[in-house]
Write a protein that binds this ligand. Sequence first.
Ligand code: DAH
Length: 338
Amino acid sequence: MREQLLALKEEVSKALGSVTTEQEVDQLRTRYLGRKGSLTQILRRMKDVPEEERPVLGNLANQIKQEVAGLLDGRRAQIRDEERQRKVREERIDISLPGRRPLRGAYHPLTLVTREIIAVFQGMGFEVVEGPEIDLDFYNFEALNFPRDHPARDMQDTFYVAEDVVLRTHTSNVQIHTMKARTPPFRVLAPGTVYRCDSDTTHSPMFHQVEGFLVDRDVSFAQLKGVLAVFCQALFSPDVPLRFRPSFFPFTEPSAEVDIGCFLCRGAGCRVCSQTGWLEILGAGMIHPEVFKSVGYHRDAYTGFAFGVGIERIAMLKYGIDDIRLFFENDQRFLRQF
Ligand code: DAH
């Protein structure tokens, strides 16, 4: 029995060498010291031992039991300690690593230009109004004095939704909606999306315009010039030269196209202004009496002026962008710059 007790301690000691978890240590404890374990099995045979040897063997058994328990506890503590050290090692947070910057959004350049234009006209008492992008031929053409089969309709390549329904080709349709719904005087600014079947580096099938119009009694072309001068000076520079060229639009008479002096070459002529020294930026004119007639005003009761600005064109000039498609590709590298 003595040898068996000593062998038991040896066995436990050996087994502990290949044990790696606290759970395995506990399994060994059950196997050797548990109620049905090896030590209990050995002590069962105490009754076969001569009586005088029993106290000595009993002492030895207790001693071995304590030593084995000590071995088990020691190994268990050791494993726990190693585990803790491993965790500390692996879960350490390296506070010297640079943080991840949150992505910051930016306003789209067209939003920036639109807001800038709105702010200038609000400063002159204009009210912002929106109109439908899908509209009847009447509002987009007929009431604006584009008769059916009139060649002026070919100036704009129209997307037809149905026989009588179009995607608006310009924001001028808001003139008709507003005039039909209200009685003058009013001054309105109508920014919005417009559509034309056209696509190259300076034309997009979907683009944006701002329409402005003022209707009252005794409105003059001089007032139109004054308002547009304030606009151009605010958007480009206080000393920007302006030029009004006679032009034609069915819904204005007289009509003009307005140029600003090229701010890249200061009038000397460059690639952007096609060597002319001037950049065309908007169309304008005095509202045609036929337009007043078509919205039910007496043709001599009111006078007014109107103008239309292409927002992409302004943004391209202001920011030196040479391809209109960049506005709509949503390339972060492009958009981040604004
Ligand atoms: N609607 C015209 C276009 O899209 C722009 C325009 C020209 C608007 C003259 C106006 C205007 O209000 O008076 O080409």
